[in-house]
Design a protein around this ligand. Structure first.
Ligand SMILES: Nc1ncnc2c1ncn2[C@@H]1O[C@H](COP(=O)(O)OP(=O)(O)OP(=O)(O)O)[C@@H](O)[C@H]1O
Ligand SMILES: Cc1cn([C@H]2C[C@H](O)[C@@H](COP(=O)(O)O)O2)c(=O)[nH]c1=O
Length: 201
């Protein structure tokens, strides 16, 4: 992708994607960067429809709806921000589909078919934690989504590992961040080290 820098925050439910994306944006802004934080499903009528249909839209229909939202997200929001030289941080992207749609019964190959034409990010951060901590965080939530309820942190972690290897074989730039013993600021410091490395390259 041309222009700015396209970063993606991935990892199991409750690992800290949203927290980390927000704090990374703050730290980058302090360094004078212009940052656009976004998420998938997108904050558009289609993305909001997908979120609102979470309990009823499933399997192939959900996989296709999420992929359609992603292509529109790229053309309408991500690419224009990159063209304007911004750093774009997306809370969830393709690795999420390779996990969540698999939990919903699809194969990696089918999910990839729907996502094969997307723009690869400059760097995808895969946040990782122990299943015990993830389960504890989910236990504190007032309600769980259908996929959070149907899956488990252990299952999700195993599928995220598969997805990480699957994307690596396809040449995606990814960094696996072990968040154990790291508070949110430490996680962001680790991400910034990775960014310095890719921006030097
Ligand atoms: N590094 C961290 N250390 C301790 N707690 C954290 C850390 N990162 C996030 N948390 C806490 O974990 C909880 C889940 O964080 P967050 O909502 O950012 O996760 P998420 O991955 O975006 O979740 P979801 O995928 O379900 O939306 C929050 O209570 C947050 O404050
Ligand atoms: C990106 C993406 C999202 N989903 C679904 C799964 C959840 O219902 C929401 C994401 O909500 P969260 O607040 O970020 O946990 O969207 C999906 O099924 N597949 C995807 O690739």
């Amino acid at each position: 992708m041309s222009g700015g820098l396209f970063l993606v925050m991935e990892g199991p439910n409750g690992v800290g994607k949203t927290t980390t994306a927000t704090r990374l944006a703050e730290r980058l802004r302090e360094r004078g960067r212009s940052v656009h934080v976004t998420s998938e499903p997108s904050n558009t009528p289609l993305g909001r429809l997908i979120r609102a249909s979470e309990s009823t839209l499933s399997g192939r229909a959900l996989a296709l709806a999420v992929a359609a939202d992603r292509y529109k997200h790229i053309t309408d929001e991500i690419q224009p921000a990159l063209d304007a030289g911004q750093v774009v941080i997306s809370d969830r992207y393709v690795q999420s589909s390779l996990v969540l749609q698999r939990l919903d019964g699809l194969s990696l190959q089918e999910i990839w078919q729907y996502n094969a034409q997307v723009s690869p990010p400059s760097l995808s951060f895969y946040l990782h934690h122990t299943h015990e901590v993830l389960q504890r965080r989910l236990n504190h939530r007032p309600r769980l989504s259908r996929l959070e309820h149907d899956g488990s942190p252990q299952q999700e972690l195993a599928l995220y590992e598969d997805a990480f290897h699957f994307l690596r074989e396809r040449g995606w730039h990814q960094a696996r961040i072990d968040c154990q013993d790291l508070d949110p600021n430490d996680v962001v410091t680790t991400l910034l080290h990775h960014l310095e490395h890719i921006e030097r390259a």
